[in-house]
Design a protein. Structure first.
Length: 135
C-alpha cells in the first residue's frame, strides 16, 4: 500500500515527499483519514530516501521496518480528502542497520504532525553507499 505520491527532494540525509488524500484511498472514511496515519507517511518517506540512495543496487529481498516513534505530535485529528501533504525526514543518526529521523508533515505552511522515528534498514552494512560511510 503506497500512500506517498512523489519524491520531491532527496539528498544524503534528508528527504521530502508529497501525498494527496483521495476518495477511495486506504483508510479514508467519510472524507477523512486519522492523523495517526502520519506515522505510515513518515515511514514511507524515509523508505523512499533509502530506496533512492540504493537505486543502483539490485534488490536484496529484505525490507526495512519501522521500529518505533518518540515525541509524536498531532495538531489535528484528521486529514481531509483533497489535502496535499508535504512530508519531510531529516536523518538524526545511522549505523549499519538502524537509523533515526526527525519527520514533519505540513499542509501548506501549517505543521500538522511531527515525530522522531526509528527504523531498521532493509540490509546490512554493505548496503550503505553514502559518501564517507564505513562498509
Amino acid at each position: 500500500m503506497l500512500l506517498i505520491d512523489e519524491l520531491v527532494h532527496c539528498d544524503e540525509h534528508a528527504v521530502t515527499c508529497t501525498a494527496t488524500v483521495r476518495v477511495g484511498a486506504p483508510f479514508v472514511v467519510d472524507g477523512r483519514v486519522p492523523a495517526l496515519l502520519s506515522l505510515e507517511l513518515f515511514a514511507q518517506t524515509v523508505a523512499a530516501l533509502h530506496a533512492y540512495l540504493h537505486r543502483d543496487r539490485p534488490p536484496n529481498g529484505q525490507h526495512g521496518k519501522l521500529l518505533g516513534t518518540r515525541e509524536l505530535e498531532l495538531a489535528v485529528d484528521h486529514f481531509h480528502v483533497g489535502d496535499t501533504l508535504t512530508i519531510t525526514g531529516h536523518e538524526l543518526w545511522h549505523d549499519e542497520q538502524l537509523a533515526q529521523f526527525r519527520c514533519e508533515l505540513h499542509r501548506g505552511g501549517e505543521r500538522l504532525a511531527a515525530a522522531a522515528i526509528s527504523v531498521a534498514h532493509g540490509g546490512g552494512q554493505d548496503q550503505d553507499v553514502r559518501p564517507g560511510a564505513v562498509t
